[in-house]
Write a protein that binds this ligand. Structure first.
Ligand code: UD1
Ligand code: CA
Length: 476
């Protein structure tokens, strides 16, 4: 599809969103609304994109950059016709056909864009308009047709009388244009209408005046024409995008036990035979391998999860990696840059941050591992904490292969424990431990025999225990 360019109209504020952020920058299924539009255009074969930006333009720039697009600034929003005129000025000279898309209609698909381009060419028309028949057409421009089926006019809701408002066929705001027609027509638009705006839709009248034709193409799926103007419509569009996403994943071999109760964002990838249970959120650039089981309450964002991993309930992971066959949870927490090795176990109330955990290692209960390098087959006992922060800086803890850390150990970083070493329970380790050594740091235990019987017999009575008769201390 050489020579096809797109103009994406995205300068408006979208007042009905009631937001400081421009409408097109709001997220729908984890990606900005305008991103979805550009994504469809790119998939349809559009190479050059011009984004018309105005209100809150900084918030839309990441999307422009993601698609290598150009920016045209529309300082004041004088209407869609004026916006298209701004965009046209930035199009590459060679472009003969132009697709104009509404930055606020994220449900459009690439096949529909291609069909629109094909329809214009097939009919030899200067423009093709994507239309949809809606049960509730309120707010949209209505399509008036000529007896031959071509478009006679597009009338905005605010300019329409009662009979026109009854028309259910609406303008999607997506068009394919012959560029030369666009160049000639846009400067001739007038703003004599209810909104005092330059309407792109008035190009229909311009075409007719030139003896040219504008052809409609009815979208096969009327969802594709939906624009977002309010938070309610944003939520509806998100739901539709989610339904499509889950449908595609199920077709590719992923099980969702209850597809109505999971949230999986646009860019998430999931391998075959993975089972996702209800109440799971998979977000951002997350990639899940094959044969993974993800149980309820798990929240995974920007993570890579290997084949055969089991995420037990309520495990929360961000910007981390979990290698194959590892088992996490219930209630584990991986903070950014955790790297959990193959077959490792991370259990309940264990937090791991910026640490590498080696193959087959285990930290199963109530532990904090931060800024650490943990070798293979290490056993981290319950209640172990890497004391990685002195209030100013962070320090590293290194545990060699096969280290056994007894429960309730404080590892005061920077500290290194050599391979095969054993740390006795309850130790506070402040100095490096050589390989194969025992390290123990606890005060010696004192025992006073029969102390309770002598000094606190009421405790024994309360517990229903007999109080042994013992002589006071010191007597023979
Ligand atoms: C527009 C169409 C309407 C169609 C509807 C589909 C016109 C006159 N009307 O109406 O027929 O049914 O879309 O959703 O074209 N924008 C700019 N600059 C402006 C004005 C708008 O960039 O000066 C952008 C907005 O950011 C938005 C898009 O154009 O992404 C559509 O603008 P909006 O104000 O939502 O148009 P509608 O009134 O919905
Ligand atoms: Ca709109």
């Amino acid at each position: 599809m050489k020579g096809i360019s797109a103009i994406i109209l995205a300068a408006g504020q979208g007042r009905r969103m009631r937001s400081a952020m421009p409408k097109v920058a709001h997220a729908a299924l984890g990606k900005p609304v305008a991103w979805h539009v550009a994504h469809a255009a790119k998939a349809a074969g559009v190479r050059d994109m011009v984004f018309v930006l105005g209100f809150g333009r900084d918030k839309v720039l990441p999307t422009v950059e993601a698609f290598g697009g150009k920016v045209a600034i529309q300082e004041s929003q004088f209407g869609t016709g004026d916006a298209a005129r701004c965009g046209l000025a930035e199009l590459p000279a060679g472009a003969k056909e132009v697709v104009v898309l509404c930055g606020d209609a994220p449900l459009i698909g690439p096949a529909t864009i291609r069909a629109l381009l094909a329809e214009r060419r097939r009919k030899g028309a200067v423009a093709a308009v994507l239309t949809g028949v809606l049960d509730d057409p309120a707010g949209y421009g209505r399509i008036l047709r000529n007896p031959d089926g071509t478009v006679a006019r597009i009338v905005e809701e605010k300019d329409a009388d009662a009979s026109i408002r009854k028309i259910q066929e609406v303008n999607s705001g997506t068009y394919a244009f012959d560029r030369a027609f666009l160049e000639r027509g846009l400067p001739r638009l007038s703003d004599v209408n209810a909104q005092r705006e330059y309407y792109l839709t008035d190009l229909v009248l311009e075409a007719l005046a030139q003896g040219q034709r504008v052809v409609p193409l009815a979208a096969r799926d009327e969802d594709e024409v939906r624009g977002i103007n309010s938070r309610r419509e944003l939520a509806e569009a998100t739901r539709i995008l989610l339904k499509r996403k889950l449908g595609a994943l199920m077709d590719s071999g992923v099980t969702f036990v209850d597809p109505d109760r999971v949230y999986v964002e646009t860019e998430v990838r999931i391998g075959q035979d993975t089972i996702v249970e209800p109440g799971v959120m998979l977000m951002g650039a997350t990639r899940i391998g094959r044969g993974v089981r993800i149980q309820t309450g798990c929240v995974v964002e920007d993570c890579v999860v290997g084949d055969g991993v089991h995420l037990k309930p309520y495990t929360v992971l961000a910007s981390s990696r979990v290698r194959k066959n590892a088992i996490l949870g219930p209630f584990s927490h991986l903070r950014p840059q955790a790297d959990i090795g193959e077959g490792a176990h991370i259990g309940n109330f264990v937090e791991v941050k910026k640490s590498r955990i080696g193959k087959g290692s285990k930290a199963n209960h109530l532990t904090y591992i931060g800024d650490a390098v943990v070798g293979k087959k290490v056993n981290v006992g319950a209640g172990t904490i890497t004391c990685n922060y002195d209030g100013i800086s962070k320090y590293q803890t290194v545990l060699g292969d096969g280290v056994f850390v007894g429960s309730d150990t404080m590892l005061v970083a920077p500290v290194t424990v050599g391979k095969g070493a054993l740390i006795g329970a309850g130790s506070t380790i402040t100095k490096n431990v050589p390989p194969y050594a025992l390290a123990l740091s606890r005060s010696e235990q004192k025992v006073s025999e029969f102390w309770v019987a002598r000094k606190k017999p009421e405790l024994l009575k309360k517990a229903g225990l007999p109080v042994p008769s013992v002589k006071p201390k010191g007597e023979k």
